[in-house]
Design a protein around this ligand. Structure first.
Ligand SMILES: C[S@@+](CC[C@H](N)C(=O)[O-])C[C@H]1O[C@@H](n2cnc3c(N)ncnc32)[C@H](O)[C@@H]1O
Length: 201
């Protein structure tokens, strides 16, 4: 899969555009000023750069070198600073209780890996910190407008409720939405959205 992403991001255009994900951009009220934010599987950096523009201190992680290079270029062009790391999230040393916000946008992992990543998200959030997530719902297979080719890589409300049992769910829903982001997310689709808060100690 890593080679797949290297190839996709080696194109000159930004695969998912340079604007932030629409759901993330609608969540400003959940993003405190001067907070520490982690954008996982951040691709070419559109979401990490937007978080930096909101005043966050941003760590952006993706295992595609080409993606990370484009994140750095986008941050420079927008005159913001992003700590863009090229790392595999399955082996990365997730810092404990480090981030106020974790953003996971179309970060799809297979069963087994998915639970591991989601546990690590909870570990890396500070108590009271929030996760903002949007992912394709398995119904997306009917739309064929982007996303992974297999239902097991997509997340339903039940899947996310199971994965995040220890957090406080502030919002969890699936819906049909227009997802028009660059060349590879191209129109009406089915998504699941989650806003979750890690319990205070
Ligand atoms: C659909 S793209 C989404 C990119 C970005 N979040 C966005 O919305 O523009 C999925 C991303 O997951 C990254 N990815 C997949 N598995 C990964 C892993 N194990 N570690 C780090 N990144 C990974 C890919 O490189 C790719 O950039």
């Amino acid at each position: 899969m890593k080679e797949f992403w290297e190839e996709r991001y080696s194109e000159e255009d930004f695969a998912y555009g340079i604007e932030p994900n629409v759901f993330l951009a609608s969540c400003k009220e959940h993003i405190p000023k001067n907070c520490k934010a982690l954008a996982i599987a951040d691709g070419e950096g559109r979401n990490g750069v937007w978080l930096a523009e909101q005043g966050c201190e941003v760590t952006s992680v993706d295992y595609s070198q080409a993606g990370v290079a484009k994140s750095e270029a986008l941050a420079k062009e927008r005159n913001v600073s992003v700590n863009a790391l090229c790392a595999d999230l399955t082996t990365w040393s997730w810092p404990e209780e480090e981030f106020d916000i974790v953003v996971s946008i179309f970060a799809h992992f297979p069963p087994g890996v998915r639970e591991q990543i989601h546990n690590n998200i909870m570990k890396t959030l500070k108590p009271g910190g929030k996760l903002i997530m949007e992912a394709y719902h398995p119904r997306q297979l009917e739309y064929k407008t982007g996303g992974p080719p297999a239902a097991e890589m997509m997340y339903s409300v039940d899947t996310l409720r199971d994965d995040f049992q220890t957090g406080k769910i502030l919002m969890l829903e699936d819906l049909d939405a227009d997802v028009s982001e660059g060349k590879y997310h191209f129109g009406q689709g089915a998504v699941t959205r989650l806003i979750l808060q890690k319990q205070m100690k």
